[in-house]
Ligand binder design. Sequence first.
Ligand code: FAD
Ligand code: NAI
Length: 470
Amino acid sequence: MTQEKIQPFDLTVIGSGPGGYVCAIRAAQLGLKVAIIEKSPNLGGTCLNVGCIPSKALLHSTEILHTIQEQAADNGIETGKVSMDVTKVMKKKDKVVQTLRLGIQHLLKKRKITILKGHAKFINSTKIEITDNDQRSEIESQKTVIATGSKVTELPFLKVDGEHIISSDHGIALKSVPKDMVVIGAGAIGLELGSVWSRMGSKVTVVEFLPQIAPTYDEEISKHALKTFKKQGIEFSLNTQVTSAKISKNRVHLSAKKGEEELTFSAEKVLLAIGRSAYTENLGLENCGVVTDPRGRIKVNAKLETSVANIFAIGDVVAGPMLAHKAEEEGVAVAEIAAGKHGHVNYKTIPGVVYTDPEIACVGLSEKEAVESGYEVKSGKFSLAANGRALATDATDGLVKVIGCKKTDRILGIQMIGKQASEMIGSAVAHMEYGASCEDLGKTVHAHPTISESFKEAALAVDKIAIHSI
Ligand code: FAD
Ligand code: NAI
């Protein structure tokens, strides 16, 4: 084993996901001497390598197939039989990922950030050991940001084997289309990867513990989504708890309970998508005294400081929604705090998106959450079926809902399902960030014809003055 000593850094970031690499760049912009440590051979973390980006590439490719199959004929396009080459789809996805990996490397190098390859472990609060195969080195750092992300959550009787029982890591890289697939969990991964493999021809059944799919979204939006995805051929079993699993003859057999009813499911692949847990394995937290909560997440205060002075934590490894943009914003905030400035994240305006077709997006509170938070609530809805652009572009499946406060007219939340909802939610975030009222949104000029006009109409509908609906 060789050992090497490196000069002290002002700030060291452990993990190069969207939290870590963004934090490193912002800290370097602010004049700090920065290092980033990554144990994986590739920069970019879960998001770039096995998460956001590969899944969106697969969703895009399969959406083209789906659009041709469903809409070509109506638009006067004759296609004959359309098929998909899984190898080529994966190759295209890999190319996108590789381009972005190089992009991150370029950005870090240009900012003169030292990239250290290997597994980081605290020796004490200012000393970190880095191990890369038989190479061992030590660095000193005045301040450290833990951005080590998350790992897939398993069930005691259902461990990922990568063959029959898979996680999203495998679900974005299958070499062929399974005849059938059971997805456990109707959250973001379940719905996105369920859609991908269903569009590719697999018979997909989604098993969800709760009575609602996409349970963090407004009930009306989730109900609409359920109806749409069922029409697309995905089967759902809600209120269902898987209780045991057995593999035989190359198939997984699941037993489950739905109330008093005993159910069984059988499939070539079972995709486990019941959430993710904070990842702090072999990080040496015990050597520096950083404290975790009962769910294993690193405890931080409002300034993202851990229980130890000068050690911060951000992204999936701390509490809050496990989203790349949340990790990025925390990365920027922490870099600014570490440089003596006032970093801040507005947790009330973090958007959520599920990139299915149609897409589901939200910001702020659902109607139920608003009521539970003690607001007197009013809401307005607008169906995309009444939107001209949606009709002209085969995008009528969806609705926008604006939730407002009866007393102040302030927007409390915006929820939507529809084509390009992921792009539209940005303007909803901006309205909420600047504290807009329902009237403000209703009086904002939107280009015609655009699907985003349904936003304005939903805001007008809050006070029952929508123009294009009764
Ligand atoms: P990560 O991205 O997980 O990065 C952590 C990094 O730390 C990793 O590279 C890891 O190798 C490294 N590391 C860990 N321990 C050590 C150590 N001891 N030493 C050195 N390095 C270490 N979010 C969205 O907002 N939009 C999406 O569309 C979206 N899609 C997703 C799809 C899938 C299939 C999955 C699984 C997730 C998706 N997410 C999405 C969630 C998103 O990927 C995460 O929220 C985000 O990656 C968290 O960023 P992070 O920087 O906290 O951690
Ligand atoms: P999730 O938390 O989004 O959804 C998990 C689902 O599984 C929930 O609906 C939950 O009720 C259900 N569930 C939990 N235990 C269960 C059980 N035993 N049986 C049946 N159902 C059960 O988690 P998911 O989909 O695994 O994603 C992990 C993380 O990655 C999430 O935090 C998510 O935010 C992020 N992600 C974000 C995406 C996006 O922003 N578009 C895409 C994919 C992932």
